[in-house]
Ligand binder design. Structure first.
Ligand SMILES: [Zn+2]
Length: 535
């Protein structure tokens, strides 16, 4: 507040509006969302803005024409539709069918010849159309969705609307003003949009493929500008999101004539006909892409599955993609996702030499495919494919050898792997040492029946390759090098936590893969803007 009296005769000071809470928010630690939105580089998004207004224009004109929905599909019973939809899923299709599509591929509605000149667009400056109301500003809408994610909420219309209505600083930094008087219903383009307008924006962005396009642009920018540094490895994993739908369990007959069961989301129709059993419109799944995800023997959940790929050293997620059918095994999702990521970011293809995954990808054929088609080495956590340890025909003093190829002696020590002798086809192990460098064998009560020589170096044993057929002698998982590489794999779990918990919610509020992919894209846009801001 002004405290000095204004000297008579001087002009009263002009009011320069400084929002005190803007300055405050810029300085607070949790105010990253505010700083990012405050300094939002809107110029970089002008091409997207142009594409959006084109798509919005097409969307509005289509809506007027095609409200009737005409389709000549023959009437299909709901039961028949359920089976058809079940066999359409990549996880049900028989072996003879062409290779199923693993990753979700969005159907982009291509815009007609562009007439909006991106250079003419700016926050608050929207293209003029002859008919209709002035549309809401693209930049303000985009900032609202990105900001919602940066604040840790799901970037979905309901949440965006709630925050715009309840947080004036947020609404203002996005570029909206609250309605001064609720009774004045008049539409103003700069007023906080209604929930319906936010839903429409989200839908237009999704249908025009713009969430995806902005995501790719953000990642490419961060790769080009050095915000993300080059690495020689990629890491991947899948994660689940809880579906916003229920399921039913269907019985079906597989290739061999056996009756099997599978869960699927319920069937529905997109039309508003009174009687769905007789109307000609097509039955569809209410939540395509949702499926049962097996976490463990006792934990099975109903959800959507996403594959996440990133750089392990920096712990940066590069892409997140919806899996066409959540019931797909993890071992099948990594290859197509790496392939797609290389196509999208050619500089990665040049720098990446190795890719890491958990034991779901420990498969010789898959490793060969990565080598042959993508020229990268696949390193996967070891999957022993047997659960029982070896307890017979062991070297003296050894109690058992674990399925992971680790011998454990009678005194309970795990032996260290030292290497192999290829001529005699044997793995070599040595008893471990105490911190002071002295072998655990010295002073061991089992010594008389184990180490029969008076050596100071402790017990060394060899195990034949034949005893451990599950272990590849050329790449043994017991080796220090293998362990050192695989230590970088869990960084993908931190990336997933960032995307799922810090920038959103793992409970979906919409159905279908198109919405799920859009949700992943919106989260990734926020993630990469944050990354750039923090670097
Ligand atoms: Zn109908």
């Amino acid at each position: 507040m002004l405290s000095l009296p204004i000297v008579e005769g001087h002009q009263a000071p002009l009011i320069h509006e400084v929002h005190a809470d803007d300055q405050y928010l810029l300085n607070t630690l949790d105010g990253e969302w505010f700083a990012i939105l405050h300094h939002f580089p809107w110029v970089d998004y002008r091409a997207h803005a142009g594409a959006y207004y084109e798509a919005l224009y097409a969307f509005n004109s289509e809506e007027r024409v095609t409200t009737k929905w005409v389709d000549e599909a023959t009437t299909e019973t709901e039961e028949a539709a359920k089976q058809r939809l079940l066999f359409d899923r990549p996880t049900t299709a028989s072996g003879q069918a062409p290779a199923p599509q693993i990753l979700y591929q969005g159907q982009v509605v291509e815009a007609t010849v562009p007439t909006v000149e991106p250079q003419s667009l700016a926050p608050g400056v929207v293209p003029l159309r002859l008919a209709g109301r002035k549309p809401k500003c693209f930049f303000a809408l985009l900032k609202s969705f990105v900001g919602t994610s940066l604040m840790g909420f799901a970037a979905e219309p309901e949440q965006v609307h709630l925050l715009l209505k309840s947080n004036p600083s947020f609404a203002r930094v996005c570029g909206f003003v609250p309605k001064k008087n609720d009774k004045a219903r008049a539409y103003r383009y700069h007023h906080i949009p209604s929930l319906r307008k936010l839903e429409q924006f989200d839908q237009v962005m999704r249908q025009a493929g713009l969430w995806d396009r902005i995501k790719v642009a953000e990642v490419a920018t961060n790769l080009q500008t050095g915000v993300i540094e080059q690495e020689k490895e990629l890491v991947g994993d899948t994660t689940h999101y809880h579906a916003y739908s229920s399921f039913e369990t269907l019985s079906y007959e597989d290739d061999k004539g056996n009756t099997r069961k599978k869960s699927q989301s319920k069937t529905t129709k997109a039309c508003r006909c009174e009687d769905w059993s007789s109307c000609p419109h097509e039955w569809v799944l209410s939540d395509d892409g949702a499926g049962t995800i097996v976490k463990s023997k006792t934990k099975i959940l109903w959800g959507h599955k996403a594959s996440v790929i990133g750089l392990p050293q920096q712990g940066v997620a590069l892409d997140a993609v919806a899996i066409q059918d959540a019931a797909t095994h993890d071992g099948q999702t990594f290859f197509p996702h790496v392939e797609q990521t290389f196509e999208r970011y050619p500089t990665l293809r040049a720098s990446i030499e190795r890719v890491l995954y958990d034991s779901a990808c420990d498969d010789a054929a898959l490793k060969a495919r990565f080598e042959a088609e993508l020229d990268v080495e696949l390193k996967a956590s070891f999957n022993p494919r047997r659960s029982k340890p070896i307890t017979e025909d062991l070297p003296r003093g050894i109690h058992k050898i674990t399925p992971y190829g680790v011998p454990i002696c009678l005194a309970g020590y795990e032996f260290d792997y030292k290497g192999c002798r290829y001529e005699s086809e044997k793995f070599i192990y040595e008893a471990p040492h105490h911190d002071d460098g002295i072998s655990v064998c010295l002073g061991c009560p089992n010594r008389p029946g184990c180490c029969n020589r008076s050596t100071q170096s402790g017990r060394t044993i060899t195990v034949s390759f034949d005893t451990l057929p599950q272990i590849n002698p050329n790449d043994p998982p017991m080796a220090k090098r293998f362990k050192a590489i695989m230590r970088r794999r869990p960084s993908v779990e931190r990336m997933i936590k960032r995307l799922k918990c810090d920038l959103g919610d793992d409970r979906l509020s919409k159905r279908g893969n198109a919405s799920f992919q859009a949700y992943l894209d919106k989260t990734m846009i926020a993630y990469h803007l944050l990354l750039r801001h923090l670097t």
